[in-house]
Ligand binder design. Structure first.
Ligand code: E4P
Length: 274
């Protein structure tokens, strides 16, 4: 999970009663303290690294115009691609593919993860390909499918300090395996689950529960997003990241009352100012 330390301490009344309660990293605590050690608890609460949970926004595309537009919106945290998305843009051949990833990394700028998927399906092929991808640019995260060889490769990349995104995840069991292997990101495909009349958001909730209970570090990257509603549902479910087509992100902007309200403000301003 992405959350780092989340510290909320209820300090009221403790000064007199010596009792204190709060929540550190999502876990509740309650304790009493003698006046002697109370300053220590104050210190812990005040100077613990405060980092609030915020869902990241990735764009799920290999289209450079869409990536540029999402970047210009000022709310983009990263990009995911897959072989189908690369093919859709007509990118073929190893050099062209690597070059395209480089371009994506340059557009989004430093500190924004870009998932690049391996094509090999065997362990040594994935490792070879993944290393090459990781060397391309510091933003690259090696995307690996949820298979036996894929999990082995993720565990290997974890040892090497290479970031990974475990893709094609459709169950909580798979999510546990990926986290055990040390995947940086886990991509459950919620839209494809919905397409089969199951509930993709329920899977996100289940994985959030497991990862929180087990204190796994892997970030839940909700993928295969189909609509703005999916984004809102993922935020409510506690996903760490959503990766979506640009249309789902821009769909979040629209509300007819915003348009009506703005038109009225402008009309009233015009009336008053001529
Ligand atoms: C995730 O990383 C995948 O690229 C993607 O979200 C799959 O989405 P789709 O089901 O719309 O193809």
């Amino acid at each position: 999970m992405q959350q780092g330390y989340v510290v909320v301490a209820v300090c009221s009344a403790h000064f007199f009663s010596g009792r204190m309660s709060g929540c550190v990293n999502g876990r509740f605590f309650r304790f009493s303290s003698t006046p002697l050690i109370r300053p220590f608890w104050y210190y812990c609460v005040l100077f613990s690294p405060l980092e609030y949970i915020q869902m990241l926004f990735f764009v799920d595309t290999a289209n450079l115009d869409h990536i540029r537009e999402a970047t210009e919106l000022g709310i983009l945290d990263g990009v995911t691609t897959n072989p189908s998305l690369m093919a859709k843009e007509g990118i073929s051949g190893t050099e062209a593919v690597l070059n395209h990833y480089r371009k994506i990394c340059e557009i989004v700028g430093p500190g924004r993860d870009v998932s690049a998927e391996v094509i090999a399906t065997d362990f040594s092929g994935m490792v070879q390909e993944g290393k090459k991808l990781a060397q391309l640019h510091e933003n690259i995260v090696v995307k690996v499918p949820m298979t036996k060889d894929g999990i082995k490769a993720i565990a290997h990349f974890t040892e090497l300090g290479i970031k990974t995104n475990c893709t094609l995840v459709f169950s909580a069991g798979q999510a546990i395996l990926a986290a055990k292997a040390g995947a940086t990101y886990l991509s459950p495909f919620i839209g494809r689950i919905d397409d089969m009349s199951w509930d993709g958001i329920e899977l996100i909730k289940e994985i959030v529960e497991i990862y929180t209970l087990q204190d796994f570090d892997t970030s839940i990257l909700a993928a295969s997003i189909r609509s703005p509603l999916h984004i809102v549902q993922c935020a409510k479910a506690g996903a760490d990241v959503v990766t979506c087509p640009l249309s789902a992100i821009t769909g979040l902007f629209y509300h007819p009352l915003t348009d009506i309200g703005l038109a009225k403000f402008l009309a009233d301003h015009k009336k008053a100012n001529g």
